[in-house]
Design a protein around this ligand. Structure first.
Ligand SMILES: NC(=O)C1=CN([C@@H]2O[C@H](COP(=O)(O)OP(=O)(O)OC[C@H]3O[C@@H](n4cnc5c(N)ncnc54)[C@H](OP(=O)(O)O)[C@@H]3O)[C@@H](O)[C@H]2O)C=CC1
Ligand SMILES: Cc1cn([C@H]2C[C@H](O)[C@@H](COP(=O)(O)OP(=O)(O)O[C@H]3O[C@@H](C)C(=O)[C@@H](O)[C@H]3O)O2)c(=O)[nH]c1=O
Length: 294
């Protein structure tokens, strides 16, 4: 029997869920549950009859979204809306992942779930519209906004930095974007706890929550820390020069402040994530082992 059905199979979070080794948690790839095909979603729902669904499927290419808005919106807005409709029809609660990119980053302190949203790019707008689509359709839904996910499981800022260090002595990295990096396996574990809470008979606290790693940092300092850990494991290293965001133009703007306030999540679910630096140690160690394995 499937208790938790995760949409997504090869993505970073889907792999983190699979790595938990929970017997009644099943990750469905798009061959089985395609966000662009409502019929396949319904078939997967009928077949697995899950107690709860976690949607870890999404379009996540922040810059490419600027030139591919249609597919981005289809995956991040239309698909989640269809999924939410089915969840409602079959009486299954839905946990849907979202992002710090729903904010413009101008607030000087960490963002609360109730703060005013103002996305700055196609990806962020699609995730915000996806949140609203899910909430308007699924009575029993929980939106979990996350930030800066990393792991050894897929491409992310850590893998990018280590990859660049293979060919460069020095890397320029923005030092005015601040956030809370989030270790994917720790997040997956916390989301299972949230699922369990949502499945208790008297749970009523549906809504929007924030969940990210403990501790905040800017991207350049994070890069330096990645190389500090890498150096300890004889991995690739590079000098990091901190630069302002205006000196590193990208198709999509990222919020300068991506820090999330997690106090509601701690209060309602008694869940918080450990310091993300612990996950960084593990991530870098495993990646370097993989580099060294012929
Ligand atoms: N990465 C980050 O830094 C952050 C991510 N998030 C959010 O977390 C969630 C998970 O992100 P992450 O794991 O990093 O994303 P990835 O890009 O690693 O994975 C995306 C997933 O989407 C799935 N997918 C793509 N197309 C379809 C489709 N047509 N139908 C069903 N599934 C599809 C892929 O499925 P398949 O396995 O079949 O290929 C894959 O599992 C997303 O909602 C994202 O917005 C929030 C904040 C930060
Ligand atoms: C590669 C590189 C990036 N940067 C900057 C660009 C950007 O502002 C920042 C992060 O770059 P990335 O493209 O790796 O990360 P990005 O894909 O923007 O990460 C985001 O992904 C989506 C899915 C989310 O939801 C967000 O929470 C966030 O994690 O670092 C540099 O300054 N120097 C560099 O050499």
């Amino acid at each position: 029997m499937t208790r938790i059905l995760v949409i997504g199979k090869s993505g970073q979070m889907a792999q983190a869920f699979a790595g938990l080794g929970i017997d009644d948690l099943y990750c469905a790839g798009r061959d089985e549950a395609d966000l662009l095909d409502p019929q396949s979603l319904e078939k997967a729902l009928k077949y697995h009859r899950p107690k709860i669904i976690i949607n870890a499927g999404a379009y996540t290419a922040v810059d490419r979204a600027e030139s591919e808005p249609d597919i981005c919106r289809a995956l991040n807005v239309d698909g989640p809306r269809e999924l939410a409709g089915l969840c409602n029809a079959y009486g299954v609660p839905l946990i849907h992942l979202s992002t710090d990119c729903v904010f413009d980053g101008r607030k000087p302190t960490p963002y609360l779930p109730s703060d005013v949203t103002c996305p700055m790019g196609v990806y962020g707008q699609s995730k915000l519209d996806g949140e609203e689509a899910v909430r308007s359709v699924a009575a029993r839904s929980i939106i979990v906004r996350v930030s800066w996910i990393f792991s050894h499981l897929a491409s992310n800022f850590v893998t990018t930095m280590l990859g660049l260090a293979g060919s460069r002595e020095s890397i320029s990295v923005v030092n005015d974007q601040f956030g809370c990096p989030t270790y994917a396996p720790a997040l997956a574990e916390a989301l299972v706890t949230i699922s369990d809470c949502a499945l208790t008979a008297d749970f009523q606290d549906w809504g929007i929550y924030h969940l990210a790693g403990a501790g905040e940092i800017d991207r350049a300092s994070m890069a330096r820390l990645i190389f500090e850990v890498s150096a300890r494991h004889d991995g690739p290293c590079a000098e990091v020069s901190g630069i302002p965001t205006r000196a590193y133009p990208t198709p999509a703007q990222r919020p300068l402040n991506a820090r999330l306030d997690m106090s509601d999540t701690e209060r309602v679910f008694s869940v918080s994530l450990p310091d993300w630096r612990l996950g960084l140690e593990e991530t870098v160690r495993v990646l370097i082992e993989e580099f060294d394995t012929p």
